[in-house]
Structure formats: structure tokens, C-alpha cells
Design a protein around this ligand. Structure first.
Ligand code: ZN
Length: 133
């Protein structure tokens, strides 16, 4: 029978050029979005700073600032991850685990397009992190 149907139910369907183009678009859009947001957060941060100093004491302002800062840091981190993923699309390594070299399942990639590790390696890494932190 048709191999198409079989592939559809396969756990780790292989990356096709169409899928790759789809991921590239997805990542590109996310990158543009984040870069806009980061610009927004920065300008919002400076605005809020002056507004809130009048309202609440400096400790609150400080907490608020560090929250915004963390948000900003997280977004910068994501931007870096997306750029890395786009680089992997370019050099052809996108979709393969950077640790074991096995293909990452498309399901996982669609859920988390910036990922560079398969689920097994990611879980192993997280277990390790929880042990040392
Ligand atoms: Zn792996």
C-alpha cells in the first residue's frame, strides 16, 4: 500500500525540504516578532521607571525593573536560539540532535522549533541540571 500513510504514523517522520522551508518561515517570523518586542520592552522599561518612582517605594521599582530585565534577558536568549536554529537550517544540520546526531521528531520540532536536541538528550540534560542546581 501507499508509503505515505505509513510515514504519516511514523514516530519520527523525516525532514523534507517543504518542512524545512516551513520551519524557516516559522523561525523567521518568531525572530522578527521578538526583535520588535525587545525594542518595546526596553522603551517601556524607561517609561515605567519614571512613572512608578512617584507611586511606589524604590524597592518595588527595583523588583519591577529586575522582572522586566529578566523578561528582556529571556527574549534575548530566545533570539539567540532562533538565530542558531536558522544557522542550522542554512548549514543543513537542522532537525538532527546536536548530541547524538539522531533526527529530532517533527512533532517535537513543531512544538519547539528552536530545539537542537532530541527528547532523550534533552531529558538527560535536564536531569543533570536538576542534580547540580
Ligand atoms: Zn539526542
Amino acid at each position: 500500500m501507499s508509503t505515505e500513510i505509513k510515514d504519516h504514523y511514523h514516530e519520527t517522520p523525516l525532514m523534507t525540504p517543504q518542512n524545512l522551508a516551513c520551519f524557516e518561515k516559522l523561525l523567521d517570523d518568531a525572530l522578527n516578532d521578538l526583535q520588535r518586542q525587545v525594542g518595546y520592552v526596553v522603551s517601556e522599561l524607561t517609561q515605567e521607571q519614571s512613572r512608578e518612582t512617584e507611586l511606589i517605594d524604590s524597592t518595588m521599582v527595583h523588583i519591577n525593573q529586575s522582572l522586566n530585565f529578566r523578561l528582556h534577558t529571556r527574549k534575548s536568549y530566545l533570539i539567540k536560539k532562533i538565530k542558531d536554529a536558522l544557522k542550522r537550517i542554512e548549514d543543513g544540520s537542522y532537525g538532527s540532535c546536536e548530541i547524538c546526531g539522531e533526527p529530532i521528531s517533527l512533532k517535537r520540532l513543531f512544538a519547539r522549533p528552536v530545539t537542537s536536541k532530541c527528547l532523550a538528550c534533552k531529558e538527560a540534560e535536564e536531569r543533570l541540571e536538576s542534580l547540580v542546581s
